[in-house]
Design a protein around this ligand. Sequence first.
Ligand code: GN1
Ligand code: MG
Length: 361
Amino acid sequence: MKEFIEIARKFEISGEVLEVKPLGNGLINDTFKVITSDGCPDYVLQRINNAIFTDVELLQHNIDAVTRHIRGKLEASGADDIDRKVLTYVHPKGSDKTYLLHEGKYWRVSVFISDTVTRESADEENSYYAGKAFGNFEAMLTDLPEKLGETIPDFHNMELRSRQLAEAVEKDAAGRVSDPEVQEILADIAKYDSEMCKAEHLYREGVLPKRICHCDTKVNNMLFDHSGSVLCVIDLDTVMPSFVFSDIGDFLRTAANTVAEDSPETDKVAFKMETFKAFVKGYLESASVFITPIEKENIPYAALLFPYMQAVRFFADYINGDTYYKIKYPQHNLVRTRNQMALFHSALSHLDEMTAYVAGL
Ligand code: GN1
Ligand code: MG
């Protein structure tokens, strides 16, 4: 980790950099914790995956605008402990940017928020607080003065994701398409394709708005405090204009699944209605200041869309020969696909119940 210590030292870090070690389990960037000498904060060092985030200038522009705006809102509301509620990025020495380009790689450093809890799953209480936190996150960004770009264009556009899967099948780069199981999954995915592209249809009809959303609200992208509430929303790379379905759907995709997104025990996958109810309750409490009836009534659709879209994305990557997501073994993306399709089917079996619940709120 000596090389990483040298990188960390290029940033305006207080104290002496003592050690750098791996942190978290994101599937895209490489993340490390920077340990410093006593009395100084620790830091988070990230190597940005610029094969995926090709416009790092735009990426950091978005993040800087969002963190500045949220900090301003927290200050105006008289909140305490603000440095623990919003991320603080530090500059490389002698630079006014919040990233460093060094030997062709992009790096950034933020202050590590200590004494928090990170989770891979969430109970009802956590889910309620997460709902409140993301509703509030979106509410705070409704009057963001800067325009944000899409760091990954059309990131959560289901029509695009379907096309990408079709292209992957067409190319068959890894020779995986003839496998009967692959064919079976493709047929299952195809059945729901037009229904799942509903958001794009509504958007074209002009009845569904895009708002600034987080777009990667999986459970491990937020820091909880010891009371179970969300202290700080992290992993801001995908903050961009999207449909509110993104933030609702991705949280439920991870939190309402009885097992992890890559569990091979497909028969254990189930969509937890209590998580759905708790999250949606919290979300609507804080999103009520901006949410429109069409957004609200499609919350159950969001709960279906995200496992479905994630299955399509994992599957396209599997068929392409695993070029996007980090994998730990050759079938990893196939296992993830099976898992997400099972979750989709389980959520689908609860559609009426979800619809009735949302209508009653
Ligand atoms: C990626 O970076 P990470 O692991 O938080 C991905 C999300 C997926 C998720 C699946 C930029 O998130 O969209 O939902 O993996 N991020 C990007 O676990 O593609
Ligand atoms: Mg992450």
